[in-house]
Each structure stands twice: as structure tokens, then as C-alpha cells.
Design a binder for this molecule. Sequence first.
Ligand code: UT7
Length: 330
Amino acid sequence: MTGLPVALAGWGTAVPATRLTNAQLEARVDTSDAWIVERTGIRERRVAGADETTATLATDAAAAAIKRAGLSPTDIDLMIVATASPEQPLPHTGAFVGEALGLRCGSFDLAAACAGFVYELVVGAAMTRIGYERVLVVGAETLSRIVDPEDRTTVVLFGDGAGAAVLTPAAGGEPSLLAWDLGCDGGAAGLLEIPAGGSRRPASARTVAAREHYLRMQGQEVFRRAVRAVVDSASATLARAGLAASEVAWFVPHQANSRIIEAAAQRLGIPPDRTLVNIDRYGNTSSASIPLALFEAVDDGRVRAGDLVLVSGFGAGMTWASALLRWGVR
Ligand code: UT7
């Protein structure tokens, strides 16, 4: 596998203005700020307001990415939206985002949960090799709408947000997406799921009464597998590129739990000062978490042109995806 010459021509993020702190959650469920901080690293998360949805956050992030790339929405010739909390079951979320942006190009949603942004980076980059010149990839979530407000084991973890990037062929032909690894172990599908609302368990009064339309997670087992998935997938990606962890300038893991991030980084041999963490402010935003962490660090000057960036996500499925990028290739 050789690298792909793709440029991240623009990037953008969007989060709701409303903050939900651990102290506010203490008033809603049997939890404590101390438990949440110690077990997860989360201090607050953003939650969508009444007029915000997955598509509105996606649209805001996408518009910022298009502007940053110096383009207009009509320049986009393909859009992929990764989400685990779609606007509605049908049509795909991209239909709403495309309408809001004024697009008529092809679009589709990509379902790979918290690995979604890395999956669509790889898919989007590949599409630039078959004639698509400006591919918009968006990771967007309103997880606050799919967590059970009475379930303390999940309601404290998840938040809302979006991140987007415009991918174009790199003008100089320099490989910038150096290597990647995509995977899924469907044997673990039951560990993190919304059981009802699909063809297997259609919505009914019974599924609603049983709270089966909310996200459910077997946290400890997901935790165990997450560390292994990130370490194995990131290691495989580095090996494919022929590079060592010591050469990585920035490790950008999915922000699910600060203890998962620390354990994975330590096993990979990447020190904390080269690992991007913003889970304290946003919680777990699934497909939005990697772009929120990466683009924040690009915008504040930590990530610089030429830096080797290792992104790694994992989530429901269980999916995982890693990619190694050379930042700043044009
Ligand atoms: O992005 C998709 C992938 N998702 C993840 O990677 C999440 C992976 N899992 C995790 O991050 C962790 O497993 C959790 C943060 C979900 C849970 O942390 P844990 O250290 O694995 O806790 P636990 O599930 O073993 O629960 C320990 C105790 C239990 O009480 P008992 O049985 O020891 O009495 C829970 O009932 O903590 C209790 N507990 C809570 N206590 C206060 C569970 N949730 C809470 C809570 N507040 N919110």
C-alpha cells in the first residue's frame, strides 16, 4: 500500500453554545463530579439547543471548512457525512446538509460510529483519485438526543459537535495520507448499540416502553477492547508506512475516555505532550471527536506543516480506523 496525494484544503468545527457540566448532571442522575472526572476525564460537554440538530451542526462545520479552503459550496463535488446520530432514519443526513449548503452533488452517510471520521478520510481521499476534485467529509453528532437521560452509565459520557474537512488532490503529488487501517469485529456488535428502530426490532409501543431506542453500552468490555483496537490499528498503520511511533508529532485518538487515551498512548510509546486531549471540555462526541481535537490544535498553532499526525478511532460495531497524515501538504 502506498500513500495517497491528498490535501486537506480546509477544515472547520461547530459545537453548540450550551454547556452541560458534571455539577448539572449531579442534579439529574445518581453521579458525582469526582466519579466522572476520575473515571473519564470529562468535566463538561456541549449539548444541542432546541433549534440544533446533527444536520445544523454538520452544516456549520462544513461551511467553515469550505470557507477556509477558499471555496464556495457549489465547488464541492462529493460529500460524505459520518454520524451515529442521524437527522432521521431516512433520508440520509447528507440530504439535509446538502440542502442547507445549496449542494446538488452526490452525498451519502457513512456509518462507522466513532471511527467514522477516519473511515471517511480514507474513503474521501480515495475518491479524489477517481476524479472527484473537492470532497467534503463531515463528522457530526447530537448524541445528547440518543442517550437515555435516566442512565447514569451513558448520559455522563456523550456530547454534541461536528468537524469537517475539504479534501482535494495534492497539487505536488506528494503522498500525505501515508497509510491507514480499517477494521470491524461484528462479533462485538452487541456491546454498544441502539437495539430497536431498525428491521430487526421495528419501533413499537413495547420497544419505546423498554427504552430500546436509546444507546446502551457494556462499558468495561468496550474499554478493554478499545485500548487493544487503538494500539493494534495504530501500530499496523505505522508499520505500513515504515515509520516509528517516535516519529509521530501528534497522536489524535478518539476522545472516549482519558484512561483509554493514556493506556493506548503509553503502549504505543507516545508521550502525553504529543497526545491531543480535549475530552475534558467536550466529552465523547463520536465521529466529531477526532476533528474537534485535531483542528483545535491546528488553529492554535500546535500542529504545524510537516508534522506527522496519527489519528485513531474505535466504536460501535466494533469498528476501528487509523490513519497517518503529513499535515500541511498542498
Ligand atoms: O466511543 C465509543 C466507545 N466507548 C468507550 O470507549 C467507553 C468505554 N468505557 C468506559 O469508558 C468506561 O467503562 C466507563 C466510563 C463507561 C465506566 O467506567 P468503569 O471504570 O469501567 O466503571 P464500571 O462500569 O466498572 O462501574 C464502576 C462503578 C459501578 O458501581 P459498582 O457496581 O461498583 O457498585 C457503576 O454502577 O461505578 C458505577 N457507575 C457510576 N457511578 C457514578 C457507573 N456510572 C456511574 C456514574 N456515576 N455516572
